[in-house]
Design a binder for this molecule. Structure first.
Ligand code: ACO
Ligand code: KIV
Length: 453
């Protein structure tokens, strides 16, 4: 039988080419597939710059400050604070950080600039008087389409523009011992790898990179363009071939156009990235920057210290939603309203039994390993309660219904009652087509069994 009779769809897919037709992907004797992540990379939130530039209403000074204070409070040690030459608001915010006492001594601030002399000058002006560590982050698009169409420069002309920018930065800020330098070849993932190596070689030479004063080379997947294994190969190629490798901090900056930003970042870390830029909960241009809260909590869920304190995830979420004026999706990993909730009967049954087993193992004291079915982590780690773990509708079963009555009201049903009551709940939720709240379950219980506990 010809089960797949459709020969082609009507989608105009022939207009697109895969990454291998666009840019050489250098062969690498890849080691990343066999590695494991055992420590957190340096997380660098770019919410106040890349996240901010993607908002319809950019953050006002009060929102920027609140977001910055949140990031400091939960443990970020390097924070991109803005694009000071973009707007007076951005400039003033950096001045506030430079002149006030909002930046703890162990926190580095990053300021972002294109390779344009007047904008570099304004950027350096913004950091005057900054006492702590500062990174001046210069970027220029290096991928062929951007070179040809946007910047209209040959490779050599573009390289000259970048070196001129690097020299401007060095001249204006190089003498300040607290200042380090960063370069991003924008759309790294679509740039010829050897061009990136050449730029990095020249920049680390000009900026006099040393292990004590390393240069950050940041490799953006500005627009995701391939499966994450390709990005990992591209990063590993850089890791293995960069000149002055011990004087370079290899950083990545994935976006999420294909929905694989998280995978790109994780594989990039396996491939040698030491630093990851992204936004908390994944705000950012188009489909967003990579979500560095999910990345950190993925490590937590594997037993690796994420180095960021998410123990009040709903407080963090409230601030992020306030500052970005954007809601978080109910299915968003770790933080969404529904991500620790089961409506379906067999999942509820498994969770109920898993909780009972967890209680049994915990009764002898101490921390026991978390192994509750369907719950990747203990919601209590993030400050969540257990009330929402089981919710009841027509997809639910006796185990879940009994769990809600027991945990909310201390009502324990016999095995026979569980079966009988589930039939009533099923009928009711089928009739209404809605979820039954704990209160409604209790009322129905009293109706059915004619008693109140
Ligand atoms: C991938 C990223 O996230 S990159 C960051 C993007 N973020 C932003 O753009 C937010 C802030 N930007 C701004 O406020 C403005 O764009 C400014 C102030 C920086 C510049 O504004 P304008 O001077 O009006 O220029 P405009 O925004 O049109 O930029 C285009 C010009 O910059 C040039 N350019 C773009 N990127 C770079 C770069 N990295 N280095 C040097 N020049 C650049 C373009 O070639 C173009 O030059 P042309 O006019 O000679 O063709
Ligand atoms: C220039 C870099 C850091 C960037 O924001 C991007 O490429 O998305």
């Amino acid at each position: 039988m010809d089960w797949n009779r459709q020969q082609h769809s009507t989608m105009p897919s022939h207009r697109y080419r895969d990454i291998f037709a666009k840019v050489p992907v250098a062969p690498v004797d890849r080691e990343w597939p066999d590695r494991r992540i055992t420590t957190a990379p340096l997380w660098v939130p770019v919410d106040l710059r890349d996240g901010n530039q993607a908002l319809a209403d950019p953050m006002d000074p009060e929102r920027k400050r609140r977001f910055f204070e949140l990031m400091v409070a939960i443990g970020y040690k390097e924070i991109e604070v803005g694009y000071p030459s973009a707007s007076q608001t951005d400039f003033d915010f950096v001045r506030l950080l430079a002149t006030g006492d909002l930046v703890p001594a162990d926190v580095t601030v990053v300021v972002f600039t294109p390779a344009r002399p007047e904008l570099i000058e304004r950027t350096v002006e913004s950091i005057a008087g900054m006492r702590g560590q500062v990174v001046i982050h210069m970027y220029a698009a290096t991928a062929p389409t951007w070179r040809d169409v946007v910047l209209r420069r040959t490779k050599d002309e573009l390289a000259s523009l970048i070196y001129a920018g690097a020299e401007d930065i060095l001249r204006l800020a190089g003498a300040q011992e607290n200042v380090r330098f960063q370069f991003s070849p924008e759309v790294f993932n679509l740039t010829e790898p050897d061009f990136v190596l050449e730029l990095s070689d020249q920049l680390t030479k000009r900026w006099d990179a040393t292990p004590e004063r390393p240069v950050i080379l940041n490799l953006p997947a500005t627009v995701e363009a391939a499966t994450p294994n390709v990005y990992a190969d591209q990063v590993e190629y850089m890791d293995k071939n960069l000149p002055r490798r011990d004087s370079v901090i290899l950083s990545v900056h994935p976006h999420n156009d294909r929905g694989t930003g998280i995978a790109c970042a994780e594989l990039a870390v396996l491939a040698g990235a030491q630093r990851v830029e992204g936004c908390i909960f994944g705000n950012g241009e188009r489909t967003g920057n990579v979500d560095i809260a999910t990345l950190a909590l993925n490590l937590h869920a594997q037993g690796v210290d994420p180095m960021i304190d998410f123990s009040d995830i709903d407080g963090i979420r409230e601030t992020v939603e306030y500052c970005t004026r954007m809601p978080i999706h109910p299915r968003h990993p770790y933080v969404g309203d529904l991500v620790y909730t089961a409506f379906s009967g067999t999942h509820q049954d498994a969770i109920r039994k898993g909780f009972a087993e967890h209680r049994r193992r915990s009764s002898s004291g101490g921390d026991v390993a978390w192994d509750v079915p369907y719950l990747a982590i203990d919601p209590a780690d993030l400050g969540r309660g257990y009330e929402a773990v089981v919710r009841v509708n027509s997809q639910s079963g006796k185990g879940g219904i009994a769990h809600v009555l027991e945990t909310t009201y201390g009502v324990r049903l016999s095995a026979h009652q569980e079966r009988e009551f589930a039939r009533h709940v099923q009928r009711r939720t089928d009739e209404t087509g809605r979820e039954a709240s704990a209160v409604e379950l209790k009322e129905l219980y009293e109706e059915v069994f004619g008693c109140s506990n």
